[in-house]
Design a protein around this ligand. Structure first.
Ligand code: HSE
Length: 261
């Protein structure tokens, strides 16, 4: 039996939608598990020279959480990673979602997006990346296990700006955030989050005004001042930009996308 799973990179937050918004991107990881070609793990692409081959990787961990090992046949796994690691593009969610889907399929169970999401969100802790990885499109997590999915406007064509040699683990980026936020900042984010939903689904011209945030971006950009410089210059050029997830990558929305009538 051979099972192949493709999972997209994802960008969480989209500025004001901290821990709620997510967008699926075009770049995908692929996992192929095969019960007819022995055992072992082969990594290709991002992280191939650093990911473990002893079964302790995130994909295998997710497979074990989805299906008891005793119900999994022996298999060989080839994982092609196109999503860069620890850059705010959902690499761990892609691994977890891919692992859960592959395990369910190997065990002959339904790997519906809803089922995969329920398991992956619990493993991940932050479901805002797992949601678009499972459902595609633009997603809003309204509660830990409740997702609404929307089609992005066809002119939404995000560009990820990925620092080649800079990583920012999510736990470190979260530790930098204050525990409490002033009410005025919460209100600011409510307004901009509402505008962002309209911008992504209906009117990309609103993105430049919408993608502002006072809950997480500033504290995180303090950790990576070189990324702040890039974000500032992209903004000065009139292009909507936000941190992708917890960073350090940025997600920019090219000019063409913002001039749609
Ligand atoms: N919403 C999460 C954060 C995404 O910003 O910390 C982490 O992948």
């Amino acid at each position: 039996m051979r099972v192949s799973v493709r999972v997209p990179a994802t960008s969480a937050n989209l500025g004001p939608g901290f821990d709620c918004f997510g967008l699926a991107l075009e770049r995908c990881n692929e996992i192929v598990v095969d019960t007819d070609t022995g055992s072992g793990i082969e990594w290709i692409g991002e992280g191939a020279d650093e990911l473990p081959t002893d079964g302790s990787d995130l994909i295998r961990q997710a497979m074990r959480r989805a299906i008891d090992d005793r119900h999994l046949p022996t298999f060989h796994m080839r994982a092609t990673n196109l999503v860069p690691l620890a850059r705010g593009l959902g690499s761990s969610s892609a691994a977890v979602v891919g692992g859960v889907a592959a395990a369910l399929a190997l065990a002959g169970e339904d790997a519906t997006p809803q089922r995969v999401f329920a398991v992956a969100a619990e493993i991940e802790g932050h479901p805002d990346n797992a949601a678009p990885a499972c459902f595609g499109g633009f997603t809003i997590v309204t509660d830990h296990d409740t997702v609404r999915r929307f089609d992005p406007h066809p002119h939404i064509r995000p560009v990820a700006l990925v620092p080649r040699d800079l990583r920012l683990p999510t736990h470190q980026a979260r530790a930098a955030l204050p525990a409490l936020v002033p009410r005025a900042d919460a209100v600011f984010n409510l307004a901009h989050a509402a505008l962002t939903v309209r911008a992504i689904t209906d009117d990309p011209s609103l993105l430049v005004d919408a993608l502002h945030d006072r809950l997480h971006q500033e504290a995180r950009l303090d950790l990576v001042p070189q990324v702040r410089e890039v974000a500032d210059s992209v903004r000065r050029a009139g292009i909507a930009v936000c941190l992708s997830g917890a960073g350090p990558s940025l997600l920019a929305f090219p000019i063409e996308a913002q001039r749609v009538p």
